[in-house]
Design a protein around this ligand. Structure first.
Ligand code: 5AD
Ligand code: FES
Length: 349
């Protein structure tokens, strides 16, 4: 007889790994899997204690030259109201964030040619000059190795670039032909080589996704050894070609978060805004399933509602300070403590 699900969880916890068939069984387990979540939660507790790290997120441009079929920022979306923040605006967001206590800033945007190295490098350098004790994280998509190097030399510490899916043919179903699975992987390995703390990740329940793809995602991440893994449910966006596909499932997303915590005990794992959008208690459930990072929005209120990657995004009507108060209360209520420090990964490799 095959092992029970709880035995598989125990084995995964002990070995940080399982054979393919066992991982597939865990991925496919129906409904909630409390034992899995509790195990992930306790591994997170062993390594990071009850601290939840906060990152100040600045969504500084929603222009994007890519055309991903799932994303509301895609260039073919004529409904999107486009904006980009000036360097002064971005620095003002950092100042607000710093005053609120954040020691990590995440600069996230579409792939916007306006933010060439000539513009981005001095901006990163300026933020590091003003706030040398803070970590700067970039999330601005695929660029050349030379560009990644210049940004790293300017002081960028971390880089978030979800791999989206490790399976080539699935990747090709989510993206137009001009985007390449190889290039995505090249970027991630180069970022690591350059000494960034790297974040990979994926959407759960993206169109055409099967459990065997998620298994490949886990295997790919074992090879990449990222420091952060961003996982949220796929959510529909009405103005994209995928508008007809259903949202990803809550229980599946939570299950993957827990599996990831057990396979990568040291990982920095956000409870994403997408999870909070799918379910009003989604982020808290994410924390209890093993996540340990939250990324409250620091973008100016005037532009918040235009960063419409998916529909019904939460936190678009709150000032930065309100978001912080709300999230801090939620974190404490869920039994965790707020940490606004740099929150580096507790591992070197
Ligand atoms: N639903 C959920 N997540 C999405 N992303 C893009 N579009 C969607 C969507 N419709 C995620 C992608 C991307 C990150 C910035 O947001 O994984 O890497
Ligand atoms: Fe912007 Fe995909 S639409 S990266």
């Amino acid at each position: 007889m095959s092992k029970s699900i709880n035995d598989l969880v125990d084995q995964l916890r002990q070995e940080s790994n399982l054979p393919d068939a066992a991982l597939l069984e865990l991925l496919a387990a129906p409904g909630d899997c409390q034992y899995l979540h509790d195990s992930a939660n306790s591994v997170r507790q062993e390594i990071y204690g009850s601290a939840v790290y906060l990152r100040g997120l600045i969504e500084f441009t929603n222009y994007c030259h890519n055309d991903c079929y799932y994303c509301g920022l895609r260039r073919s979306n004529r409904q999107a109201q486009r904006y980009r923040l000036s360097s002064e605006d971005i620095l003002a967001c950092c100042a607000t964030g710093h005053r609120l206590g954040y020691r990590t800033f995440v600069l996230q945007g579409g792939e916007d040619g306006y933010f060439s190295d000539e513009r981005l490098v001095p901006l990163v350098a300026k933020i590091k000059e003003l706030y040398p004790e803070c970590a700067v994280t970039l999330s601005v998509g695929e660029r050349s190795k030379d560009s990644y190097r210049k940004l790293r030399e300017a002081g960028a510490d971390r880089y978030l670039l979800r791999h989206e899916t490790a399976n080539r043919s699935h990747y090709e179903k989510l993206h137009p032909q001009e985007m390449s699975w190889e290039n995505r992987r090249r970027c991630l390995f180069e970022l690591k080589e350059l000494g960034y703390q790297v974040g990979a990740g994926l959407m759960v329940g993206s169109p055409f996704q099967e459990d065997r793809h998620l298994l490949e995602d886990l295997r790919f991440m074992q090879e990449l050894k990222p420091d952060m893994i961003g996982i949220g449910p796929y959510l529909r966006q009405a103005d994209t070609p995928f508008a007809g596909y259903p949202n990803g499932s809550m229980s599946k997303t939570l299950r993957l978060l827990s599996i990831v915590r057990l396979m990568f005990p040291y990982i920095l794992l956000p409870a994403t805004t997408a999870l909070g959008t799918l379910n009003p208690r989604g982020r808290e459930l994410g924390l209890r399933a093993g996540a340990n990072v939250l990324m409250p929005n620091l973008s100016p209120l005037s532009v918040r509602r235009y960063y419409n990657i998916y529909d019904n995004k939460i936190c678009t009507g709150e000032e930065a300070a309100e978001c912080l108060t709300c999230l801090s209360a939620r974190i404490k209520h869920a039994g965790f403590t707020v940490s606004k420090g740099r929150g580096d990964v507790k591992r070197t490799h």
